[in-house]
Write a protein that binds this ligand. Structure first.
Ligand SMILES: Cc1cc2nc3c(=O)[nH]c(=O)nc-3n(C[C@H](O)[C@H](O)[C@H](O)COP(=O)(O)O)c2cc1C
Length: 308
């Protein structure tokens, strides 16, 4: 008798009906191990058009919901989009990202701050939780689900790319998906078979010393600067960012681009991303779009006027 705590079939049956759980459990021996899947991650942006098999889509749905959820609130709803026209429209709204259009499956991860409020009202209470913490925990919830789905997809040989660009078109995407108020698209995930079945090689990261510390902050400014400079030199030597230059015109500083070919690495790219003059409208869009979707995002919180 398998231990129910570690038996994938029984675990899958907590979120799927019996035949679906059996189909997903049958995939387990054909999936790559977790550590190998994590280590070989690389975002895929060129996909075959062929649809995903049904059992893979079922496995992704299980992955979207089997992860942890803050306070057991389940403050997310994921929308699976396979329709070609709908995907194309979202690809445009999410910043004209052609891979969203190409990949056979798009998962739109939405913060769902509606369900718990409806329940609070239905139970006869006033909703007091209009605060930023709810949005942060909903974002963590939906990201946990998307990342689990991404790992499952990759373990089964598919490719994925996370899509923060969904936030840029959040309001319009919500309308397109006919979402109710307070269900807000924040992050997406495209899934499909990588073009030619070829996964990109894992892309470099900043040095571990910069990204992970032990027990306490132990990085002095000189070490940080030196480590960043060395990492930047590597990206320049490889030309990692040359093809992805943020045009000088976006900086709004006039004149010609002062950075010569070969000198554009992680440091310049990162600085241009945050420093470009075109950054502000994106922030304003969040300020305007989230309230338009019914979210009262305030760090000091707030309550509904009355029940109902
Ligand atoms: C929160 C988040 C949002 C992202 N949004 C996008 C996006 O909108 N479009 C895209 O092509 N890649 C997106 N990415 C993927 C990153 O660009 C990618 O992870 C990064 O360049 C490192 O490459 P790698 O994943 O291949 O290692 C996103 C990643 C994260 C974590």
């Amino acid at each position: 008798m398998p231990d129910p705590a570690i038996d994938p079939l029984r675990a899958a049956a907590t979120v799927l009906d019996e035949p679906a759980a059996a189909a997903v459990a049958a995939l387990v021996p054909h999936s790559r191990a977790t550590l190998a899947t994590v280590l070989t991650h690389a975002s895929v942006r060129r996909f075959e058009a062929a649809p995903l098999p049904d059992d893979a889509i079922t496995a992704l749905q299980a992955a979207l919901v089997r992860g942890p959820t803050s306070s057991a609130l389940h403050s997310y709803t994921h929308v699976l989009v396979r329709d070609t026209e709908r995907k194309r429209a979202i690809a445009h709204l999410a910043g004209d990202q052609p891979w969203i259009d190409q990949a056979p499956l798009l998962i739109v991860g939405c913060a769902d701050l509606r369900r718990a409020r409806e329940v609070t009202h239905a139970q006869g209470y006033r909703y007091h939780a209009h605060d930023l913490r709810m949005l942060i925990s909903a974002t963590a919830d939906l990201t946990v689900g998307l990342q689990n789905a991404s790992l499952v997809a990759q373990s089964l040989g598919f490719g994925t790319v996370l899509l923060g660009g969904v936030l840029d078109g959040s309001l319009e995407i919500a309308e397109l998906l006919e979402l109710p108020q307070r269900v807000v698209p924040l992050v997406g995930l495209s899934v499909g078979r990588p073009l030619g079945d070829r996964l990109p090689a894992p892309r470099p990261r900043l040095p571990l010393r910069l990204l992970v510390q032990h027990e306490r902050w132990s990085l002095d400014e000189t070490s940080e600067r030196d480590l960043l400079a060395a990492a930047d030199a590597d990206t320049r030597a490889r030309g990692d960012f040359e093809g992805r230059r943020i045009p000088w015109a976006a900086m709004g500083l006039g004149g010609d681009d002062p950075v010569a070919h070969g000198d554009y690495g992680w440091l310049e790219h990162t600085a241009r991303k945050q420093g470009r003059a075109t950054w502000l409208p994106q922030g304003a869009k969040v300020d305007v779009d989230l309230p338009a979707q019914g979210l009262r995002v305030s760090s000091t919180g707030g309550a509904d006027e009355a029940v109902g």
